[in-house]
Design a protein around this ligand. Sequence first.
Ligand code: NAD
Length: 486
Amino acid sequence: MAINWTDAQIEQVVNAVIKNLGATQTSTSTTGWDSTQYNGRKLIGVYADMNDAIDAATQGYKAVRAMTIEEREKIITEIRKLCREEAPIMAKLGVSETKMGRVDHKTAKHVLVADKTPGTSDVVSQVKTGDYGLTLTEMAPFGVVGSITPSTNPSETVICNSIGMIAAGNGVVFNPHPNAIATSNYAVDLVNRACYQAGGPKVLVASVVKPTLDTADVMYKHPAIRLLVCTGGPGVVRAVLSSGKKAIGAGAGNPPVIVDDTADVRKAGKDIIDGCTFDNNLPCIAEKEVFAFNSIADELIDSMIANGAYKISSEQALALSKIVLTEVKNPKTGIVKKTVSRDCVGRDAKVLLAKIGVNVGDEVRCIICETDFEHDFVQHELMMPILPIVRVNDIDQAIDLAVKAEHGNRHTAHMHSKNIDNLTRFARAVETTIFVKNAPSYAGIGFGGEGHTTFTIAGPTGEGLTSARSFTRYRRCVMSDNFRII
Ligand code: NAD
Protein backbone atom coordinates (compact mmCIF):
# COMPACT_ATOMS: atom_id res chain seq x y z
CA MET A 1 0.00 0.00 0.00
CA ALA A 2 1.42 3.38 -0.96
CA ILE A 3 1.75 5.97 1.80
CA ASN A 4 0.74 9.52 0.99
CA TRP A 5 3.91 11.30 2.01
CA THR A 6 3.79 15.06 2.06
CA ASP A 7 6.50 16.92 0.11
CA ALA A 8 7.85 18.22 3.42
CA GLN A 9 8.17 14.70 4.86
CA ILE A 10 9.98 13.44 1.77
CA GLU A 11 12.29 16.46 1.79
CA GLN A 12 13.07 15.87 5.47
CA VAL A 13 14.07 12.23 4.91
CA VAL A 14 16.08 13.01 1.78
CA ASN A 15 18.03 15.73 3.59
CA ALA A 16 18.59 13.50 6.62
CA VAL A 17 19.88 10.61 4.51
CA ILE A 18 22.24 12.79 2.51
CA LYS A 19 23.51 14.43 5.73
CA ASN A 20 23.89 11.00 7.28
CA LEU A 21 26.06 9.71 4.43
CA GLY A 22 29.21 9.55 6.52
CA ALA A 23 27.58 7.53 9.30
CA THR A 24 28.98 4.04 9.70
CA GLN A 25 28.73 1.13 12.03
CA THR A 26 31.38 -1.40 13.00
CA SER A 27 30.92 -5.07 12.35
CA THR A 28 30.08 -5.66 16.00
CA SER A 29 27.82 -2.70 16.64
CA THR A 30 24.29 -2.31 15.38
CA THR A 31 23.25 0.12 18.08
CA GLY A 32 21.83 3.52 17.36
CA TRP A 33 18.99 2.14 15.30
CA ASP A 34 15.45 3.08 16.02
CA SER A 35 13.09 1.55 13.50
CA THR A 36 10.61 4.38 13.90
CA GLN A 37 13.10 7.13 13.10
CA TYR A 38 14.88 8.25 10.00
CA ASN A 39 16.52 11.38 11.26
CA GLY A 40 19.97 11.06 12.67
CA ARG A 41 20.03 7.28 12.78
CA LYS A 42 22.71 5.20 11.13
CA LEU A 43 22.02 3.22 8.01
CA ILE A 44 22.00 -0.48 8.81
CA GLY A 45 24.50 -2.71 7.03
CA VAL A 46 26.77 0.09 5.78
CA TYR A 47 30.44 -0.25 6.77
CA ALA A 48 33.57 1.85 6.46
CA ASP A 49 35.63 -1.13 5.30
CA MET A 50 34.70 -3.53 2.49
CA ASN A 51 36.16 -6.43 4.48
CA ASP A 52 33.75 -5.67 7.35
CA ALA A 53 30.87 -5.45 4.86
CA ILE A 54 31.82 -8.87 3.43
CA ASP A 55 32.03 -10.34 6.95
CA ALA A 56 28.55 -8.96 7.70
CA ALA A 57 27.16 -10.40 4.43
CA THR A 58 28.76 -13.73 5.33
CA GLN A 59 26.88 -13.69 8.64
CA GLY A 60 23.77 -12.77 6.64
CA TYR A 61 24.33 -15.80 4.40
CA LYS A 62 24.64 -18.07 7.46
CA ALA A 63 21.39 -16.64 8.81
CA VAL A 64 19.54 -17.15 5.51
CA ARG A 65 20.79 -20.73 5.25
CA ALA A 66 19.30 -21.48 8.65
CA MET A 67 15.89 -20.11 7.63
CA THR A 68 12.97 -22.05 6.20
CA ILE A 69 11.73 -21.03 2.76
CA GLU A 70 8.63 -19.64 4.47
CA GLU A 71 10.78 -17.42 6.69
CA ARG A 72 12.73 -16.17 3.67
CA GLU A 73 9.51 -15.39 1.85
CA LYS A 74 8.28 -13.47 4.90
CA ILE A 75 11.36 -11.24 4.69
CA ILE A 76 10.78 -10.73 0.96
CA THR A 77 7.14 -9.80 1.60
CA GLU A 78 8.32 -7.17 4.09
CA ILE A 79 10.91 -5.84 1.58
CA ARG A 80 8.11 -5.49 -0.99
CA LYS A 81 5.94 -3.64 1.57
CA LEU A 82 8.65 -1.15 2.56
CA CYS A 83 9.72 -0.70 -1.08
CA ARG A 84 6.15 0.25 -2.00
CA GLU A 85 5.74 2.53 1.03
CA GLU A 86 9.08 4.31 0.60
CA ALA A 87 9.08 4.43 -3.21
CA PRO A 88 8.48 8.23 -3.26
CA ILE A 89 11.37 8.78 -0.84
CA MET A 90 13.85 6.69 -2.83
CA ALA A 91 12.66 8.33 -6.06
CA LYS A 92 13.22 11.83 -4.68
CA LEU A 93 16.51 10.79 -3.11
CA GLY A 94 17.71 9.29 -6.42
CA VAL A 95 16.92 12.44 -8.40
CA SER A 96 18.38 14.75 -5.70
CA GLU A 97 21.62 12.82 -5.45
CA THR A 98 22.30 11.87 -9.08
CA LYS A 99 20.54 14.87 -10.68
CA MET A 100 19.20 12.33 -13.20
CA GLY A 101 15.74 11.01 -14.01
CA ARG A 102 12.21 11.88 -12.92
CA VAL A 103 10.64 11.44 -9.48
CA ASP A 104 7.26 10.15 -10.76
CA HIS A 105 8.88 7.55 -13.02
CA LYS A 106 11.37 6.45 -10.37
CA THR A 107 8.47 6.00 -7.96
CA ALA A 108 6.76 3.76 -10.54
CA LYS A 109 9.99 1.77 -11.01
CA HIS A 110 10.17 0.99 -7.28
CA VAL A 111 6.54 -0.13 -7.21
CA LEU A 112 7.28 -2.34 -10.22
CA VAL A 113 10.23 -3.91 -8.34
CA ALA A 114 8.03 -4.49 -5.28
CA ASP A 115 5.24 -6.08 -7.33
CA LYS A 116 7.00 -8.05 -10.03
CA THR A 117 10.40 -9.26 -8.82
CA PRO A 118 10.09 -13.03 -8.33
CA GLY A 119 10.65 -14.46 -4.83
CA THR A 120 11.32 -17.98 -3.58
CA SER A 121 8.82 -19.61 -5.97
CA ASP A 122 11.32 -18.90 -8.77
CA VAL A 123 13.68 -21.51 -7.32
CA VAL A 124 12.45 -24.96 -8.33
CA SER A 125 13.89 -28.43 -8.00
CA GLN A 126 13.84 -31.04 -10.75
CA VAL A 127 13.46 -34.79 -10.43
CA LYS A 128 14.27 -37.56 -12.87
CA THR A 129 13.19 -41.12 -12.16
CA GLY A 130 13.97 -44.27 -14.15
CA ASP A 131 15.24 -47.83 -13.98
CA TYR A 132 18.14 -46.80 -11.76
CA GLY A 133 16.17 -44.89 -9.13
CA LEU A 134 15.83 -41.13 -8.63
CA THR A 135 17.99 -38.12 -9.30
CA LEU A 136 17.17 -34.79 -7.67
CA THR A 137 18.57 -31.49 -8.97
CA GLU A 138 18.31 -28.53 -6.63
CA MET A 139 19.10 -24.86 -7.17
CA ALA A 140 21.47 -24.03 -4.34
CA PRO A 141 22.80 -20.64 -3.25
CA PHE A 142 26.32 -19.59 -4.25
CA GLY A 143 27.08 -18.11 -0.80
CA VAL A 144 27.94 -14.43 -0.65
CA VAL A 145 27.25 -12.49 -3.86
CA GLY A 146 29.23 -9.34 -4.70
CA SER A 147 26.95 -6.93 -6.56
CA ILE A 148 28.08 -3.82 -8.48
CA THR A 149 25.16 -1.45 -9.09
CA PRO A 150 24.66 1.52 -11.46
CA SER A 151 23.78 5.17 -10.94
CA THR A 152 20.88 5.02 -13.38
CA ASN A 153 18.55 2.74 -11.34
CA PRO A 154 20.42 2.72 -8.01
CA SER A 155 17.91 1.74 -5.29
CA GLU A 156 15.77 -0.20 -7.79
CA THR A 157 18.74 -2.45 -8.59
CA VAL A 158 19.76 -2.89 -4.93
CA ILE A 159 16.24 -3.95 -3.93
CA CYS A 160 15.55 -6.08 -7.02
CA ASN A 161 18.88 -7.91 -6.68
CA SER A 162 18.39 -8.32 -2.91
CA ILE A 163 14.98 -9.96 -3.39
CA GLY A 164 16.32 -12.41 -5.98
CA MET A 165 19.56 -13.16 -4.19
CA ILE A 166 17.93 -13.65 -0.77
CA ALA A 167 15.16 -15.78 -2.34
CA ALA A 168 17.92 -18.00 -3.70
CA GLY A 169 19.47 -18.22 -0.21
CA ASN A 170 22.52 -15.98 -0.70
CA GLY A 171 24.08 -13.20 1.34
CA VAL A 172 24.83 -10.00 -0.58
CA VAL A 173 27.44 -7.26 -0.41
CA PHE A 174 27.05 -4.22 -2.64
CA ASN A 175 29.61 -1.89 -4.17
CA PRO A 176 27.20 0.84 -5.33
CA HIS A 177 27.93 3.52 -7.91
CA PRO A 178 29.93 6.38 -6.33
CA ASN A 179 27.44 8.92 -7.73
CA ALA A 180 24.48 7.23 -6.03
CA ILE A 181 25.82 6.18 -2.63
CA ALA A 182 23.09 7.70 -0.42
CA THR A 183 20.27 6.30 -2.54
CA SER A 184 21.83 2.84 -2.86
CA ASN A 185 22.72 2.61 0.82
CA TYR A 186 19.24 3.80 1.81
CA ALA A 187 17.97 0.75 -0.11
CA VAL A 188 20.48 -1.52 1.68
CA ASP A 189 19.16 -0.14 4.99
CA LEU A 190 15.56 -0.72 3.84
CA VAL A 191 16.28 -4.38 3.08
CA ASN A 192 17.85 -4.80 6.53
CA ARG A 193 14.95 -3.04 8.26
CA ALA A 194 12.51 -5.31 6.42
CA CYS A 195 14.52 -8.37 7.39
CA TYR A 196 14.56 -7.45 11.08
CA GLN A 197 10.87 -6.58 11.11
CA ALA A 198 10.13 -9.99 9.61
CA GLY A 199 12.05 -11.76 12.37
CA GLY A 200 15.42 -12.10 10.60
CA PRO A 201 18.88 -10.87 11.61
CA LYS A 202 19.67 -7.16 11.92
CA VAL A 203 22.08 -7.20 8.99
CA LEU A 204 21.30 -9.39 5.99
CA VAL A 205 22.83 -7.37 3.15
CA ALA A 206 25.80 -5.01 3.38
CA SER A 207 27.52 -2.13 1.62
CA VAL A 208 30.29 0.42 2.15
CA VAL A 209 30.21 4.11 3.04
CA LYS A 210 32.52 5.10 0.20
CA PRO A 211 32.48 2.64 -2.69
CA THR A 212 35.43 3.01 -5.09
CA LEU A 213 37.24 0.93 -7.70
CA ASP A 214 39.53 -0.17 -4.82
CA THR A 215 36.62 -1.46 -2.69
CA ALA A 216 35.35 -3.26 -5.82
CA ASP A 217 38.78 -4.85 -6.16
CA VAL A 218 38.65 -6.09 -2.54
CA MET A 219 35.30 -7.64 -3.42
CA TYR A 220 36.65 -9.36 -6.55
CA LYS A 221 39.54 -10.91 -4.64
CA HIS A 222 37.88 -11.84 -1.33
CA PRO A 223 37.63 -15.64 -0.95
CA ALA A 224 34.13 -15.41 0.61
CA ILE A 225 32.66 -13.92 -2.59
CA ARG A 226 31.53 -16.81 -4.79
CA LEU A 227 29.56 -14.93 -7.43
CA LEU A 228 29.91 -11.43 -8.89
CA VAL A 229 26.94 -9.67 -10.44
CA CYS A 230 27.67 -6.51 -12.34
CA THR A 231 25.03 -4.07 -13.60
CA GLY A 232 26.68 -1.22 -15.50
CA GLY A 233 28.55 -0.02 -18.55
CA PRO A 234 31.10 -1.89 -20.67
CA GLY A 235 34.16 -1.00 -18.51
CA VAL A 236 32.89 -2.48 -15.30
CA VAL A 237 31.35 -5.53 -16.98
CA ARG A 238 34.76 -6.24 -18.59
CA ALA A 239 36.47 -5.82 -15.20
CA VAL A 240 34.11 -8.26 -13.49
CA LEU A 241 34.35 -10.83 -16.27
CA SER A 242 38.15 -10.74 -15.95
CA SER A 243 38.02 -11.38 -12.19
CA GLY A 244 38.53 -15.13 -12.46
CA LYS A 245 35.28 -15.75 -10.57
CA LYS A 246 31.86 -16.82 -11.76
CA ALA A 247 30.26 -13.58 -12.92
CA ILE A 248 26.96 -12.34 -14.30
CA GLY A 249 27.37 -9.31 -16.54
CA ALA A 250 24.47 -6.94 -17.29
CA GLY A 251 25.96 -4.44 -19.72
CA ALA A 252 25.23 -1.51 -21.99
CA GLY A 253 22.68 -1.37 -24.78
CA ASN A 254 21.72 1.03 -27.58
CA PRO A 255 18.19 -0.14 -28.44
CA PRO A 256 17.02 0.62 -32.00
CA VAL A 257 13.35 0.89 -33.02
CA ILE A 258 12.03 0.08 -36.47
CA VAL A 259 8.67 1.45 -37.64
CA ASP A 260 7.47 -0.04 -40.91
CA ASP A 261 4.60 0.87 -43.24
CA THR A 262 2.16 -1.61 -41.67
CA ALA A 263 2.41 -0.13 -38.16
CA ASP A 264 -0.32 1.77 -36.33
CA VAL A 265 1.81 4.86 -36.87
CA ARG A 266 0.02 7.25 -34.50
CA LYS A 267 0.22 4.70 -31.68
CA ALA A 268 3.86 3.97 -32.54
CA GLY A 269 4.71 7.67 -32.17
CA LYS A 270 3.13 7.81 -28.72
CA ASP A 271 4.59 4.49 -27.56
CA ILE A 272 8.09 5.47 -28.66
CA ILE A 273 7.96 8.84 -26.87
CA ASP A 274 6.48 7.20 -23.73
CA GLY A 275 9.27 4.60 -23.67
CA CYS A 276 12.10 6.93 -24.66
CA THR A 277 11.21 9.48 -21.98
CA PHE A 278 10.62 7.01 -19.14
CA ASP A 279 12.89 8.23 -16.32
CA ASN A 280 14.46 10.56 -18.92
CA ASN A 281 15.79 7.61 -20.95
CA LEU A 282 17.95 6.17 -18.13
CA PRO A 283 16.76 2.53 -18.45
CA CYS A 284 19.18 0.52 -20.60
CA ILE A 285 16.16 -0.88 -22.50
CA ALA A 286 14.77 2.53 -23.53
CA GLU A 287 14.43 3.52 -27.20
CA LYS A 288 17.66 5.19 -28.35
CA GLU A 289 17.26 5.62 -32.15
CA VAL A 290 14.47 5.14 -34.70
CA PHE A 291 14.55 3.73 -38.24
CA ALA A 292 11.33 4.79 -39.94
CA PHE A 293 10.08 3.82 -43.39
CA ASN A 294 10.12 6.88 -45.66
CA SER A 295 6.44 6.41 -46.47
CA ILE A 296 5.32 6.85 -42.82
CA ALA A 297 8.11 9.00 -41.37
CA ASP A 298 6.21 12.32 -41.60
CA GLU A 299 3.13 10.90 -39.86
CA LEU A 300 5.33 9.29 -37.20
CA ILE A 301 7.08 12.60 -36.50
CA ASP A 302 3.70 14.40 -36.31
CA SER A 303 2.49 11.85 -33.76
CA MET A 304 5.68 12.25 -31.72
CA ILE A 305 5.25 16.04 -31.70
CA ALA A 306 1.60 15.62 -30.66
CA ASN A 307 2.88 13.52 -27.74
CA GLY A 308 5.43 15.93 -26.29
CA ALA A 309 8.37 15.83 -28.71
CA TYR A 310 10.18 18.97 -29.91
CA LYS A 311 11.86 18.71 -33.32
CA ILE A 312 15.22 20.42 -33.78
CA SER A 313 17.05 21.20 -37.03
CA SER A 314 20.27 19.48 -38.12
CA GLU A 315 22.24 22.63 -37.16
CA GLN A 316 20.70 22.55 -33.67
CA ALA A 317 21.42 18.80 -33.45
CA LEU A 318 25.07 19.47 -34.26
CA ALA A 319 25.28 22.17 -31.58
CA LEU A 320 23.58 19.89 -29.03
CA SER A 321 25.84 16.95 -29.88
CA LYS A 322 28.90 19.09 -29.04
CA ILE A 323 27.43 19.67 -25.58
CA VAL A 324 26.10 16.21 -24.69
CA LEU A 325 29.18 14.38 -25.98
CA THR A 326 32.62 15.46 -24.84
CA GLU A 327 35.97 14.40 -26.28
CA VAL A 328 38.17 12.59 -23.77
CA LYS A 329 41.80 11.72 -24.48
CA ASN A 330 43.12 8.44 -23.09
CA PRO A 331 46.34 9.49 -21.29
CA LYS A 332 48.01 6.15 -22.09
CA THR A 333 47.13 5.67 -25.76
CA GLY A 334 46.49 9.28 -26.74
CA ILE A 335 43.32 8.13 -28.51
CA VAL A 336 40.49 10.67 -28.33
CA LYS A 337 37.03 9.19 -27.71
CA LYS A 338 33.62 10.82 -27.48
CA THR A 339 31.93 10.18 -24.13
CA VAL A 340 28.51 11.21 -22.90
CA SER A 341 28.62 14.22 -20.60
CA ARG A 342 27.55 13.23 -17.08
CA ASP A 343 26.04 16.74 -16.79
CA CYS A 344 23.52 15.82 -19.49
CA VAL A 345 22.67 12.15 -18.80
CA GLY A 346 19.10 11.71 -17.52
CA ARG A 347 18.30 15.45 -17.63
CA ASP A 348 14.89 16.85 -18.64
CA ALA A 349 14.42 17.70 -22.33
CA LYS A 350 13.82 21.37 -21.45
CA VAL A 351 17.17 21.53 -19.62
CA LEU A 352 19.00 20.09 -22.64
CA LEU A 353 17.18 22.41 -25.04
CA ALA A 354 18.09 25.44 -22.90
CA LYS A 355 21.75 24.58 -23.51
CA ILE A 356 21.25 25.46 -27.19
CA GLY A 357 19.15 28.52 -26.44
CA VAL A 358 15.68 26.97 -26.87
CA ASN A 359 13.35 27.73 -23.99
CA VAL A 360 10.35 25.44 -23.55
CA GLY A 361 8.17 24.22 -20.69
CA ASP A 362 7.51 20.88 -19.03
CA GLU A 363 5.12 19.90 -21.82
CA VAL A 364 8.20 19.05 -23.93
CA ARG A 365 9.52 15.69 -22.78
CA CYS A 366 11.65 14.60 -25.74
CA ILE A 367 13.95 16.14 -28.35
CA ILE A 368 13.70 14.58 -31.80
CA CYS A 369 15.70 15.24 -34.96
CA GLU A 370 16.19 13.69 -38.37
CA THR A 371 19.75 12.45 -38.85
CA ASP A 372 21.77 10.12 -41.01
CA PHE A 373 22.98 6.76 -39.73
CA GLU A 374 26.50 8.00 -38.90
CA HIS A 375 25.25 10.74 -36.55
CA ASP A 376 26.61 10.69 -32.99
CA PHE A 377 23.06 10.56 -31.62
CA VAL A 378 22.55 7.22 -33.39
CA GLN A 379 25.93 5.72 -32.56
CA HIS A 380 26.23 6.62 -28.85
CA GLU A 381 24.15 5.37 -25.92
CA LEU A 382 23.14 8.85 -24.70
CA MET A 383 20.74 7.95 -21.85
CA MET A 384 18.90 11.26 -22.22
CA PRO A 385 15.60 12.19 -23.91
CA ILE A 386 17.11 12.83 -27.34
CA LEU A 387 15.83 10.63 -30.15
CA PRO A 388 17.34 10.61 -33.67
CA ILE A 389 15.15 9.42 -36.55
CA VAL A 390 16.75 7.89 -39.66
CA ARG A 391 14.60 7.44 -42.78
CA VAL A 392 14.89 4.08 -44.57
CA ASN A 393 13.54 2.81 -47.89
CA ASP A 394 12.56 -0.73 -46.97
CA ILE A 395 12.84 -3.51 -44.40
CA ASP A 396 16.22 -4.70 -45.68
CA GLN A 397 17.80 -1.32 -45.09
CA ALA A 398 15.96 -0.89 -41.76
CA ILE A 399 17.21 -4.21 -40.38
CA ASP A 400 20.73 -3.71 -41.70
CA LEU A 401 21.10 -0.27 -40.04
CA ALA A 402 19.26 -1.16 -36.82
CA VAL A 403 21.46 -4.21 -36.24
CA LYS A 404 24.58 -2.08 -36.83
CA ALA A 405 23.35 0.64 -34.44
CA GLU A 406 22.82 -1.96 -31.71
CA HIS A 407 26.59 -2.58 -31.90
CA GLY A 408 26.35 -6.30 -31.15
CA ASN A 409 25.33 -5.68 -27.52
CA ARG A 410 22.41 -8.09 -28.10
CA HIS A 411 20.58 -6.16 -25.36
CA THR A 412 17.20 -4.79 -26.51
CA ALA A 413 15.38 -3.86 -29.73
CA HIS A 414 11.87 -2.69 -30.58
CA MET A 415 9.59 -2.77 -33.60
CA HIS A 416 6.22 -1.34 -34.56
CA SER A 417 4.66 -3.40 -37.33
CA LYS A 418 1.80 -5.71 -38.18
CA ASN A 419 3.84 -7.65 -40.72
CA ILE A 420 4.82 -10.88 -39.00
CA ASP A 421 7.51 -11.61 -41.58
CA ASN A 422 9.20 -8.27 -40.90
CA LEU A 423 8.88 -8.69 -37.13
CA THR A 424 10.36 -12.17 -37.26
CA ARG A 425 13.19 -11.16 -39.58
CA PHE A 426 14.30 -8.28 -37.35
CA ALA A 427 14.05 -10.34 -34.15
CA ARG A 428 16.20 -13.07 -35.73
CA ALA A 429 18.77 -10.66 -37.11
CA VAL A 430 19.26 -8.51 -34.00
CA GLU A 431 19.47 -11.42 -31.50
CA THR A 432 18.71 -9.25 -28.48
CA THR A 433 17.79 -10.43 -24.97
CA ILE A 434 14.60 -8.33 -25.13
CA PHE A 435 12.51 -7.67 -28.26
CA VAL A 436 9.36 -5.56 -27.79
CA LYS A 437 6.67 -5.47 -30.47
CA ASN A 438 4.10 -2.64 -30.70
CA ALA A 439 4.56 -1.23 -27.19
CA PRO A 440 6.78 1.18 -25.24
CA SER A 441 10.17 -0.30 -24.27
CA TYR A 442 9.22 -0.73 -20.62
CA ALA A 443 6.72 -3.45 -21.55
CA GLY A 444 9.87 -5.57 -21.93
CA ILE A 445 10.51 -5.43 -18.17
CA GLY A 446 6.94 -6.19 -17.15
CA PHE A 447 5.61 -2.60 -16.99
CA GLY A 448 2.42 -2.89 -19.03
CA GLY A 449 3.71 -6.19 -20.41
CA GLU A 450 3.60 -9.80 -19.27
CA GLY A 451 6.46 -11.36 -17.35
CA HIS A 452 8.59 -10.60 -14.31
CA THR A 453 10.73 -7.52 -13.82
CA THR A 454 14.42 -7.01 -13.24
CA PHE A 455 16.90 -4.16 -13.44
CA THR A 456 19.78 -6.55 -14.13
CA ILE A 457 19.47 -7.77 -17.72
CA ALA A 458 22.37 -10.09 -18.36
CA GLY A 459 22.97 -10.24 -22.10
CA PRO A 460 26.75 -10.82 -22.20
CA THR A 461 26.66 -13.84 -19.86
CA GLY A 462 23.30 -15.16 -21.05
CA GLU A 463 21.08 -15.24 -17.95
CA GLY A 464 18.75 -12.76 -19.65
CA LEU A 465 16.24 -11.05 -17.34
CA THR A 466 17.75 -12.21 -14.06
CA SER A 467 15.67 -13.56 -11.18
CA ALA A 468 16.31 -15.69 -8.09
CA ARG A 469 17.19 -18.77 -10.14
CA SER A 470 20.00 -16.84 -11.92
CA PHE A 471 21.81 -16.59 -8.57
CA THR A 472 21.87 -20.34 -7.92
CA ARG A 473 24.12 -23.26 -8.70
CA TYR A 474 22.79 -26.68 -9.62
CA ARG A 475 23.45 -29.56 -7.26
CA ARG A 476 22.56 -33.19 -7.95
CA CYS A 477 21.65 -35.89 -5.45
CA VAL A 478 21.28 -39.47 -6.68
CA MET A 479 19.32 -42.21 -4.96
CA SER A 480 20.27 -45.52 -6.48
CA ASP A 481 17.53 -48.09 -7.20
CA ASN A 482 14.91 -46.67 -4.79
CA PHE A 483 12.19 -43.98 -4.64
CA ARG A 484 10.67 -44.81 -8.02
CA ILE A 485 7.18 -45.86 -7.01
CA ILE A 486 5.79 -47.05 -10.33
P1 NAD B 1 28.91 2.73 -14.94
O1 NAD B 1 29.47 1.76 -15.91
O2 NAD B 1 29.40 4.13 -14.93
O3 NAD B 1 29.14 2.19 -13.45
C1 NAD B 1 28.64 0.96 -12.94
C2 NAD B 1 29.35 0.62 -11.65
O4 NAD B 1 30.63 0.17 -11.95
C3 NAD B 1 29.61 1.71 -10.67
O5 NAD B 1 29.48 1.18 -9.38
C4 NAD B 1 31.03 2.16 -10.97
O6 NAD B 1 31.64 2.82 -9.92
C5 NAD B 1 31.63 0.87 -11.20
N1 NAD B 1 32.80 0.79 -12.05
C6 NAD B 1 33.03 1.45 -13.21
N2 NAD B 1 34.17 1.01 -13.77
C7 NAD B 1 34.66 0.05 -12.93
C8 NAD B 1 35.81 -0.82 -12.96
N3 NAD B 1 36.69 -0.77 -13.95
N4 NAD B 1 35.96 -1.69 -11.92
C9 NAD B 1 35.07 -1.75 -10.92
N5 NAD B 1 33.96 -0.99 -10.85
C10 NAD B 1 33.77 -0.09 -11.84
O7 NAD B 1 27.34 2.64 -15.07
P2 NAD B 1 26.22 3.76 -14.93
O8 NAD B 1 26.60 4.97 -15.70
O9 NAD B 1 25.74 3.93 -13.60
O10 NAD B 1 25.11 2.97 -15.74
C11 NAD B 1 24.92 3.15 -17.06
C12 NAD B 1 25.43 2.01 -17.90
O11 NAD B 1 25.01 0.77 -17.35
C13 NAD B 1 24.83 2.08 -19.27
O12 NAD B 1 25.76 1.64 -20.21
C14 NAD B 1 23.63 1.14 -19.17
O13 NAD B 1 23.19 0.61 -20.39
C15 NAD B 1 24.19 0.07 -18.27
N6 NAD B 1 23.14 -0.60 -17.54
C16 NAD B 1 22.83 -1.88 -17.89
C17 NAD B 1 21.82 -2.55 -17.22
C18 NAD B 1 21.45 -3.96 -17.60
O14 NAD B 1 20.62 -4.52 -16.92
N7 NAD B 1 22.01 -4.53 -18.64
C19 NAD B 1 21.12 -1.92 -16.19
C20 NAD B 1 21.47 -0.61 -15.84
C21 NAD B 1 22.49 0.03 -16.52
